[in-house]
Design a protein around this ligand. Structure first.
Ligand code: FES
Length: 285
């Protein structure tokens, strides 16, 4: 199976990756991730292969690969539904939604449907406790479907109706696209306008954080925090379905006033580091 890893693309990714670490072992997590993105899971044979590349013992690579639940140790269905069963989600009804899923798909947690479309697994805290019960569909949080995409609005947890919508979305997607499109090295979708740049880049540019938009006397005040490596900023406001740039504050600024803004306007701040454009950070006034 690991012959599939012997491609020019994989070799180039690994070569570029190894250059970023003074000690090859540092690249292990990402080498395992590359394996999973190519094969769909991480077989034992590939863990040994990763150990060889990263110059560490197979036992160490095995320990790392089995510590993180993001690595799959068996093939799964096209949509891996990972249900959080930890405390907050449990209190919010995780067990109920897991049994709804098991009943609806006719499988138990740990199993895959006969058509190979869905696998259900139970996982521990996914870090989205405020929106429980939550699940991941492959790499994406999903407690709902909105605008024809998987969505997880704050404080909107899974329920039977929303779960049904998600399953229908997955089935429609499978009918429309015979294969899942490739993801970028960190799991995000490639090719989005403001997303992670395509190419051999293994760390996403830092986005603007803690973005808030507040209606004030003289318009709307938009504030944010950025990492020191950010070289340019853009503030955009939504106009109908389009985003329009309304300002390019300096990286030394931490506030922008939109004099023609009002409560209800939607904003996003986009941070650029060199040639790399971060994912936009959204805020509503
Ligand atoms: S407890 Fe479920 S996401 Fe944290």
């Amino acid at each position: 199976m690991i012959e599939k890893l012997n491609t020019a693309e994989v070799n180039a990714r690994i070569e570029a990756l190894l250059k970023q670490y003074p000690v090859k072992q540092g690249a292990l997590l990402e080498v395992l991730w590359i394996i999973q993105s190519e094969l769909g899971w991480v077989p034992k044979e590939a863990i040994r292969w990763a150990a060889q590349i990263c110059e560490c013992s197979p036992a160490h690579a095995w320990g790392v690969a089995t510590f993180y639940t993001m690595y799959k140790h068996a093939p799964t269905g096209r949509f891996l539904l990972q249900f959080c069963q930890n405390v907050c989600c449990h209190v919010a009804g995780a067990e109920n939604i897991i049994s709804v899923a098991e009943k609806k798909l006719g499988i138990k947690a740990g199993e895959t449907t006969k058509d190979n479309l869905f696998t259900i697994v139970r996982v521990e805290c996914l870090g989205a406790c405020g929106s429980g019960p939550v699940m991941l569909v492959n790499d994406d949080f999903a407690t709902d479907v909105q605008n024809n995409s998987l969505a997880m609005e704050q404080d909107v947890g899974l329920n039977e109706e929303r779960f049904e919508k998600i399953i229908n979305w997955c089935k429609e997607r499978a009918a429309k696209f015979p294969q899942e499109p490739k993801r970028d090295p960190l799991g995000g979708i490639t090719g989005s306008i403001h997303g992670e740049a395509l190419g051999l880049d293994f760390a996403p540019p830092p986005p603007a954080l803690s973005v808030q938009a507040t209606a004030v006397e003289n318009g709307v005040s938009i504030i944010w925090k950025i990492a020191p490596e950010v070289t340019a900023l853009a503030v955009e406001r939504k106009n109908g379905k389009k985003w329009e740039t309304i300002g390019n504050p300096s990286v030394k600024d931490a506030e922008f006033i939109d004099a023609s803004g009002k409560a209800g306007c939607e904003y996003r701040v986009i941070a650029t580091s060199g040639t790399r454009v971060a994912k936009p950070s959204l805020a509503i006034a």
